[in-house]
Structures are given as structure tokens and as C-alpha cells.
Design a protein around this ligand. Structure first.
Ligand code: NAP
Length: 289
């Protein structure tokens, strides 16, 4: 089964590499052509002229772009080339409504759309160990399962179009709380002049240990905030969570705090840093008090 990959950013490029390694990748496309040309050259696949040309070449099209409007723009652009029966697998984090709209557009061409957001970070994307939360047609999912297994270690179907994104919203709210807790605790430890590398090692091995602490703890206390996961992207996700929570009449205080904190960091020019840059604010709070 031949696939194409659209959106060769921090997540998309390593996922495309894993598809190529498993023998599934025929071609790639990226908005900034240089990235597509360089990865196509590395992997020995085609750099398509546009999304429609890529779609015409393959049975499965992966997408991993930034936000809702970007997914819809890419889906619109690939429609002229999509084959009946083809499956589009969108690994971006967007709203359930966007997933449903994309599914509708593809259904008009006799093709399927699976919302398939992922978790596991750039490390998970590199290792092919992502978890994938899927919404959409169950039969289409069964058909593409072998290619999904090249990028994800766990693939779970949650129901119709949009259901994968609903699960991802749960993940993003939890990630916000973990980022708040870890950055606050590590700033507290630093303020006590503790040996932070040792603190992180010991805490990571106990009940408070978690993915974010293990992978971003030492870099954040060293003042390095390379993405990773850009905080402007998590900000975009949390705005979607806020919208859902308003519909459910449910307060999300930690999410609200994180939206406000990310807005502050974005205004200071840190939007393209990793979410661990929240640590900057915890240090600033201490300096201000
Ligand atoms: P990234 O490194 O910023 O890459 C974004 C990609 O989307 C780039 O290839 C970019 O093209 C492309 N793009 C953006 N707008 C586009 C448009 N209008 N048309 C075509 N292409 C467009 O972001 P990322 O970290 O890979 O994240 C991608 C998605 O995965 C996001 O929805 C994010 O929330 C989600 N996600 C990220 C992580 C993570 O840890 N990073 C984890 C799970 C999920 P250019 O090269 O031209 O800019």
C-alpha cells in the first residue's frame, strides 16, 4: 500500500521516515518546498508538485500540519487528485468540527478521512512509538492499519469522524496541567539551590515521574527550550478545549491559566519555543516577588 506525506515539520518528517523504512512511502509534499526536496532526496521518493499530484499517486495520504485552517486548505488542495476509495489520515491536532468537514469533502469524492491525532512527542514520532486516537470509518481504519503501525505503537478507534480529536483534547488538557506542575516544581527546587539534575533523576523515578519531566526537565533547568512541541501549537489546542468546555458548561481553570501564560510568552516572542518555556514565567514570578 503506497502512501504520501504532507507536512514535514517536527512530527511529519520523522513519521515519513518511518513509513519509508517500512516500504510504504511513495512521495511527500511540504508548503516550503526545500524541506520536501531534501527529505525526498534522503528517502528516495518523489517530491510532488502539489497535494493533488501526491494524492493521485497513492492510496493513503497522511497530513500533519499546524491548525484547523491549514488542514482544510490541504484537503481542498488534494481533492482534484484523490482516488475513490483512498484514505486521508490526518495526524494534526484540530477540532472535531474540522475533522467532520474534511470527512464530508472527501466523501464527495468517494474517499475516506480519518482524524488520527497522535501523542508521544517528537521522540515518539522518531521511534514509531506514538499513540494514535482515531475517528472515522472503521472499515477504512482496518484497511490502513498496516501503514499506521509503521508510525504508531498503539492505535485506538474512538468512533465516528471527530472522535479521535475529542480524545486528543483530553490529552492536551492533561499535558497543560503536567507542564504547569513540572515547571512550577522545578522553579521551586532551583530557588532552594538544590542540585536540579539529581532532583529530576530521583523525582522521575518516583510517583511524580512523568514523560514531560523525564524528557524536558534537564533541558528546561539548563535554559534550553528547543521544540519539541511549540507552545503556540499547544495554545491553539487549548483554545479548542476552551470552546468544547464552554459547550459543556465546564470550568477548566488549569487550562485557562495555561492559555494566559502561553499568551504572555507569545507576546514576548517565545511562541516557537517548546512548551517547557513555561519555566521562564515561573522564574520570572519568583524574580518579581
Ligand atoms: P511544525 O514543526 O511547526 O510543522 C508544521 C508543518 O505544517 C510544516 O510542515 C508546515 O509547513 C505545515 N503547514 C502549516 N500550515 C500549512 C498550510 N496552511 N498549508 C500547508 N502546510 C502547512 O509542527 P509539528 O510540531 O510538526 O506539529 C504538527 C501538528 O501535530 C500540529 O497540529 C501539532 O499540534 C500536532 N502535534 C505536535 C506534537 C509535537 O510534539 N510537536 C505532538 C503531537 C501532535 P512549512 O514547512 O511550510 O512551515
Amino acid at each position: 500500500m503506497q502512501t504520501g506525506y504532507i507536512g514535514l515539520g517536527a512530527m511529519g518528517a520523522p513519521m515519513a521516515r518511518n513509513l519509508a523504512q517500512a516500504g510504504f512511502l511513495a512521495g511527500v509534499w511540504n508548503r516550503t518546498p526545500a524541506k520536501a526536496l531534501s527529505l525526498a532526496d534522503e528517502l528516495g521518493v518523489t517530491a510532488a508538485a502539489d497535494p493533488a499530484a501526491l494524492a493521485a499517486q497513492v492510496a493513503v495520504v497522511f497530513i500533519c500540519v499546524s491548525a484547523d485552517a491549514d488542514v482544510l486548505a490541504v484537503v481542498e488542495a488534494l481533492l482534484p487528485g484523490i482516488k475513490p476509495g483512498a484514505v486521508v489520515v490526518d495526524c494534526s491536532t484540530v477540532s472535531s468540527v474540522t475533522a467532520q468537514r474534511a470527512a464530508h469533502l472527501l466523501a464527495e469524492k468517494g474517499a475516506h478521512f480519518l482524524d488520527a491525532p497522535v501523542s508521544g512527542g517528537v521522540e515518539g514520532a522518531r521511534q514509531g512509538s506514538l499513540v494514535m486516537m482515531v475517528g472515522g470509518d472503521a472499515e477504512a481504519l482496518v484497511r490502513v492499519q498496516p501503514v499506521l503501525q509503521a508510525v504508531a505503537a498503539r492505535i485506538v478507534h474512538f468512533g465516528p469522524s471527530g472522535a479521535g480529536q475529542s480524545c486528543k483534547a483530553v490529552n492536551q488538557i492533561m499535558a497543560a496541567g503536567i507542564a504547569q506542575a513540572v515547571t512550577e516544581a522545578l522553579a521551586f527546587g532551583s530557588a532552594m539551590h538544590l542540585p536540579m539534575e539529581q532532583v529530576i533523576d530521583v523525582v522521575a523515578g518516583g510517583a511524580a515521574g512523568n514523560w514531560f519531566l523525564q524528557r524536558r526537565g534537564k533541558t528546561m533547568v539548563a535554559g534550553s527550550f528547543q521544540p519539541g512541541f511549540k507552545l503556540c501549537l499547544h495554545h491553539k489546542d487549548l483554545l479548542l478545549c476552551r470552546e468544547l468546555a464552554q459547550q459543556l458548561d465546564m470550568p477548566l481553570p488549569v487550562t485557562e491559566q495555561t492559555i494566559a501564560d502561553y499568551a504572555t510568552l507569545m507576546a514576548q516572542g517565545h511562541g516557537d519555543e517548546d512548551i517547557s518555556a513555561l519555566y521562564r514565567l515561573k522564574l520570572a514570578d519568583k524574580a518579581a516577588s
